[in-house]
Design a protein around this ligand. Sequence first.
Ligand code: 2DT
Ligand code: MG
Length: 234
Amino acid sequence: QQPQPPRRGAFIVFEGIDRCGKSTQTALLAASLPNSLLRRFPDRTTKTGAIISSYLSHPSSSSASSPSAAATPSPPLPDEAIHLLFSANRWESAASLTALLRAGTNVIVDRYAYSGAAYTAAKGGGGGGGGVAGGLGLEWCKAPDRGLPTPDLVVYVDVAPAVAAARAGYGEERYERIEFQEKVAAAFAELRDERWVVVDGTRPVEEVQRTIEKVAREVVAKAGMEPLREDLWC
Ligand code: 2DT
Ligand code: MG
């Protein structure tokens, strides 16, 4: 008898605002789900990731005119440019993600293209389109990620910005301000699709974990019978 090719793995994405508990929950799921691997975006270990990491550690707002700009050797990156770098950072990993999935590994990622679109759109003055038709509008923000591997499940860890802000370490990186996070949350809401499951991130960690694990196991069972899609937002 011929050996069967492996069932493909499931592609599970976690999304949410800063300090919603995604990192805790992705780690717990990776530890409990057999044959799984955890990745995160931005992947700060690559060349684009190094630029992104330096951008994020800069404490200023999204404005390109911080007072310290004159003292730095290169001008701050425009919102459009950093957006494209975040997308490039995902495209760098796309082939390795699909290879893992095809080989039967369940791939769990902490943030993906939804964060990419939501965080940049939040700079464009709107939750969603916010009346911005061109640069930084939601459609513009989604465009560079079109055609990436499509998740089988998006777990949205839902926590109100005011609750997240009270958690440890808040405010260390760019974007960690309540007013901005409100806009990010509104943009996420516009990106919701049929693959999303919203979990209440204010429940106890173990309870959230059990809820997510149950959904994830169902998705893993189904994903093995469906082709892998590389048509995000197409
Ligand atoms: P972490 O706090 O999860 O390390 O994320 N971000 C993330 C974007 O603006 N665009 C993207 O495409 C991604 C993946 C969200 C660091 C910050 O980077 C933001 C928070
Ligand atoms: Mg963060």
